[in-house]
Write a protein that binds this ligand. Structure first.
Ligand SMILES: [Zn+2]
Length: 309
């Protein structure tokens, strides 16, 4: 099973990139597998338009997970109970311990890591079999999820690390957006600009330290993706051994059908997607906030600039 793992911080375009990679022939975008359990509990809608339990992919996954692992409605473990297990495993403070684990020695895994690995193996195997797609594209983002998913037996994981300017991220996170036609609980959580900057620094450094150990790792700037969408996606796809997604213009792509379980509400938008930069932060982020985020993130931004040369 091949898993393309989109890593990075929130509001960085990870859902868009997941849909783009998942639009290559033989690939399928599935969204944030790490948070799929709350989506199942709430009976959210899949990006295919169906409620998750009626979706031809997630409905089968839910049945398999219930039969094999006793997780779900009427089982010994509810979706919310299992979500708590997942959250416990994926806390950033567990990253050093998780990195010491070896896939060849599953007996050394802590019990919660082992259980998560076994359940996610069932999830990925079922998605692969039902969809007929050999490449699954996940946007769980967190470095801990990257490490744990790479421990799943039979999974060949390739990380793509997407990084967006932290001032644009902080602007997006600090404003309460209302997505048209999207229920309020599906909107991503917000936070203040300083907290956003701190999370951006920690996640960017951790994703790079973890991801760069994997063959095929790619560090991708969101600004490059929006400036040169077709050229960038051709390079990304070639690096992954995939055929690029079908662009109908240099900045517009016809997204393939997907089964994105969770993620940014943009997954419900038109499948004909125009890709453009969002530069509102340059004029709408107050100068004090822009400076504060700029100073906090300066060393990491400088390092990224040097690496991009
Ligand atoms: Zn679906």
């Amino acid at each position: 099973m091949r898993l393309v793992f989109v890593a990075g911080w929130m509001r960085s375009g990870t859902t868009l990139l997941t849909e783009l990679v998942g639009s290559s022939p033989g690939a399928l975008a599935v969204g944030e597998l790490a948070t799929m359990w709350t989506a199942l509990e709430r009976e959210d809608h899949c990006s295919c338009g169906q409620p998750l339990r009626s979706c031809p992919v997630w409905g089968v996954v839910a049945t398999e997970v219930a039969d094999r692992h006793d997780i779900g409605p009427g089982c010994s473990t509810s979706y919310l109970d299992f979500d708590a297990v997942v959250r416990g495993v994926l806390r950033l403070r567990r990253l050093p311990g998780l990195r010491r684990l070896r896939r060849t020695d599953p007996d050394s895994f802590p019990a919660d890591v082992r259980r998560l690995s076994e359940v996610m193996r069932t999830v990925l195997r079922t998605v692969t079999e039902v969809s007929g797609c050999s490449v699954i594209v996940d946007s769980s983002k967190r470095p801990t999820a990257l490490v744990v998913f790479a421990l799943i037996p039979g999974v060949e994981l390739t990380p793509v690390h997407l990084v967006r300017d932290p001032r644009a991220v902080a602007f997006s996170e600090s404003r309460r957006w209302q997505w048209e036609g999207v229920k309020a609980h599906l909107s991503p959580p917000g936070r203040g600009v300083l907290l956003s900057a701190l999370h951006w620094v920690l996640t960017t450094v951790a994703c790079h330290l973890v991801g760069s150990r994997f063959p095929g790792y790619r560090l991708l700037r969101f600004e490059r993706l929006t400036a040169l969408p077709e050229e960038t996606m051709t390079a990304v796809s070639n690096g992954l051994g995939l055929i690029p997604p079908p662009f109908v213009a240099a900045d517009a792509v016809q997204l393939a059908p997907s089964h994105v379980v969770n993620g940014n509400p943009s997954r419900f938008g038109s499948r004909l997607r125009k890709i453009k930069a969002d530069e509102r932060w340059r004029t709408q982020l107050p100068v004090t906030e822009r400076l504060a985020v700029g100073v906090l993130t300066a060393p990491v931004r400088l390092a990224l600039k040097l690496m991009a040369r």
